[in-house]
Design a protein around this ligand. Structure first.
Ligand SMILES: NC(=O)c1ccc[n+]([C@@H]2O[C@H](COP(=O)([O-])OP(=O)(O)OC[C@H]3O[C@@H](n4cnc5c(N)ncnc54)[C@H](O)[C@@H]3O)[C@@H](O)[C@H]2O)c1
Length: 424
């Protein structure tokens, strides 16, 4: 433990501690930081009780795996307090902010915290999209705030996007690097542009996928479930053809359509192409995605049983249709001649050495594009679109080099390869 950082760990506060991200961040803070005091703050008191229960359960699991001793757990929990009052953050030396993605609320919270804590406190915001400089300026934090953008779930995901502003002080950067080490995370620097790298790519990719699906829909005879089949087709292209852990519409469901819309709204202020009437319509229909409190997936574009996709929402009938009912239409759209999924699936390639994975990926894409089927063409166009988005992030200044985009897609989204590749 580097002594110079101990002073910054005198009192660590987590705001929004009982939320989806806040609870994971709280676990990391309690389990891995040698903080003298940890203050977990959330406006929902019931949820704070659940949080304490969750922390105990997770720490005991670590003890069972031999990662912590029971004495260490007791010591860790003895330092923890919970509160529903922001005022309990008074005197905090380091603050993690993970309240909902709403600029006025975050700005107001930072103003309150600054008045309570004074001008030495360092802040890390988990915002997914809000430029850090906007929070810094409004709450006059003067170089003491950084984006520390965990991926979901924070305790498991290996990567954090770190975002500094023009004013961020050296000591704040040094603390972020130190925290990254303590939390065992890979830190990827992103620039202070709305959406940063991860959502900068994901939101644009999601809109591209929606647009492609709506174009595909026009090729489907009227008596067929056109919307559901085209969503199903694009989801298959992104999961099975592009060898990803999940298709793009399953990913949007995982994030939540409401969160997807909220992030788009923030990014829209910098790029007015970022809007989806379809997402607005689906939310009006009550199609939201996201998770139940037990972590299982709620229905969104797709329908789920125990988090496993089983069907797709048909916009024009306002009901879910099972995959089996869509199969024939989807297959006619994509003309899926056999792909070599026995030796080349996301799961299989994940366990290969980097050299072997690269060799197999090159071969796989070579063979895929030789097929010349509508599905193969869609997959190729999708890869090119993702590449274009990555280059756009470089041009708009969301990142300094293209390797950072590849790293975020690989470490944050668990892709086997980045958008800048040689597979075309
Ligand atoms: N969910 C994700 O996948 C994800 C991933 C990366 C980053 N993020 C970002 O993390 C942040 C939190 O997202 P989430 O999904 O955990 O949201 P959430 O709604 O699950 O949690 C937010 C929590 O903040 C609490 N809260 C609201 N106002 C508060 C206040 N003034 N003081 C204290 N607590 C307050 C709420 O009670 C809630 O428990 C957002 O900025 C979001 O963009 C989310």
């Amino acid at each position: 433990m580097e002594i110079e950082f101990q002073a910054k760990l005198k009192k660590v506060a987590v705001l929004g501690a009982a939320g989806k991200m806040g609870s994971g961040i709280s676990l990391l803070v309690v389990a891995l930081l040698a903080a003298e005091k940890v203050m977990l703050i959330d406006t929902r008191s019931e949820a704070l009780n659940d949080l304490l229960h969750y922390l105990k359960e997770q720490l005991h699991k670590k003890a069972e795996k031999g990662e912590l001793s029971y004495a260490q757990i007791e010591h860790a929990l003895a330092r923890v307090e919970t509160s529903t009052a922001v005022a309990s953050a008074k005197g905090a030396t380091t603050v993690f902010e993970a309240i909902i993605e709403h600029f006025p609320l975050k700005a107001e919270l930072f103003l309150q915290l600054d008045a309570l804590c004074g001008d030495k406190t360092i802040y890390f915001s988990n915002t997914s999209s809000i430029p850090i400089c906007k929070l810094e300026k409004l709450a006059t934090l003067q170089g003491r705030v950084m984006g520390f953008h965990f991926y979901n779930p924070p305790a498991i995901q290996k990567m954090v996007e770190v975002v500094k502003t023009e004013k961020t002080k050296e000591e704040v950067l040094a603390l972020a690097t130190f925290l990254g080490k303590e939390f065992h995370k890979i830190l990827i620097p992103a620039n202070d542009v709305a959406g940063f790298i991860g959502n900068g790519h994901l939101m644009r990719e999601g809109l591209y996928a929606i647009n492609e699906a709506l174009l595909l829909e026009k090729q489907i005879p009227e008596d067929r479930p056109a919307f559901a089949s085209s969503i199903h087709a694009l989801n298959s292209i992104t999961k099975e053809y592009l060898l990803r852990p999940m298709g793009i519409f399953q990913l949007i469901d995982y994030i939540g359509l409401d969160v997807f819309q909220a992030i788009l709204k923030v990014m829209w202020e910098e790029d007015q192409t970022l809007h989806s009437p379809l997402i607005d319509q689906l939310l009006k229909d009550g199609v939201r995605g996201g998770q139940y409190p037990d972590g299982t997936q709620k229905d969104g574009f797709l329908q789920y049983t125990k988090s496993k996709p089983i069907g797709v929402y048909e916009l024009y009938r306002k009901q879910y249709l099972p995959f089996e009912q869509l199969q024939a239409t989807t297959e006619a759209l994509l003309d899926p001649r056999p792909l070599d999924h026995t030796s080349c699936s996301w799961k299989l390639l994940l366990n290969e050495s980097p050299q072997e994975r690269e060799r197999k990926l090159s071969l796989y894409f070579q063979n895929l594009f030789l097929l010349q089927t509508p599905g193969a063409k869609l997959a190729k166009a999708y890869l090119l679109a993702s590449r274009k988005i990555a280059l756009q992030l470089l041009v708009t200044g969301a990142c300094d080099d293209i390797e950072s985009v590849n790293a975020v897609l690989i470490h944050g989204f668990h892709h086997l390869y980045g958008p800048i590749n040689n597979y075309y």
